[in-house]
Design a protein around this ligand. Structure first.
Ligand code: C5P
Length: 239
């Protein structure tokens, strides 16, 4: 069975707002469901460690994925990962795989033992044209595989990847690698700006470890029931 960190939820809900009250409201709606939250650069830039601590104080049982996408020289990234994870001990944090082997190894070393560390292979905003403009020689798929292998060599726990890359990465990196998958849309919901989408059930059946789902929950009239419906769609499956 594909890797999934024990005692972590199948879904992390993306809170893409620099707004503590909105985040608290959403956490309250999700409280009691088996869903964690993903806090990213918008939230952290506006509200910092203190903002995350507020959430943890109010919702101590909600697992958090800190989507920081760190990218800098190894020493700096190690310092940032240590500062963040030793204080907050989130379930997950991430870096950019393109920071290279030494950067990822330093991040791994610095990460608190209660936090799993993932890498972003390549931003989904890159298309073939953008990737060649940026000077990368391999096409998108080849680069994703190359970055996933490098991430595994560095000893990280897994990667963030598109649902359409699950097969490829599972074949390359095996079942013990954690795959955190955004770009998920329940059947019948708005795609928004996501181009390559998949339903929650399809992505889990393909071998995702966790799903990142934002707007289908956060912009629903009733976030709690939307979240519950998504969880129900996974019921009966073997993960
Ligand atoms: O609202 P939606 O479900 O599209 O939100 C998806 C979340 O996953 C957002 O926080 C977005 O930044 C993030 N994400 C993504 N694609 C990636 C990596 C992260 O959509 N490759």
């Amino acid at each position: 069975m594909p890797a999934k960190l024990q005692n972590t939820p199948p879904i992390f809900c993306a809170i893409d707002k620099p707004d503590l009250d909105a985040a608290i409201k959403l956490c309250a709606a999700l409280n009691g469901t088996n869903i964690g939250i993903k806090l990213g650069l918008e939230f952290f830039s506006a509200l910092g460690i203190q903002g995350v601590k507020e959430i943890q104080k109010k919702f101590p049982n909600t697992p958090i994925f800190m989507d920081m996408k760190y990218y800098d020289i190894p020493n700096t990234v190690a310092g940032a990962v240590a500062a963040l994870t030793h204080v907050l001990k989130p379930a997950y944090v991430n870096v950019h795989a393109s920071g290279g082997l030494a950067m990822m190894q330093a991040a791994r070393e610095a990460c608190h033992e209660d936090t799993r560390i993932l890498a972003v292979t390549i931003l989904t905003s890159f298309d073939e044209n953008g990737i060649s403009e940026a000077g990368y020689q391999a096409g998108v798929k080849d680069r994703v595989v190359q970055m996933a292998k490098l991430t595994q060599t560095a000893g990280l726990d897994g990667i963030v990847c598109s649902s359409h890359e699950i097969d490829l990465i599972r074949d390359t990196c095996g079942d013990d690698f954690i795959l955190m998958v955004p770009g998920i849309r329940p059947a019948g919901s708005e795609a928004g700006d996501q181009k390559r989408i998949m339903t929650p059930r399809e992505a889990m059946d393909k071998g995702a470890s966790h799903l990142v789902i934002g707007r289908p929950i956060t912009q629903a009239n009733d976030p709690k029931s939307s979240a519950q419906n998504i969880l129900n769609s996974l019921n009966g499956a073997s993960y």
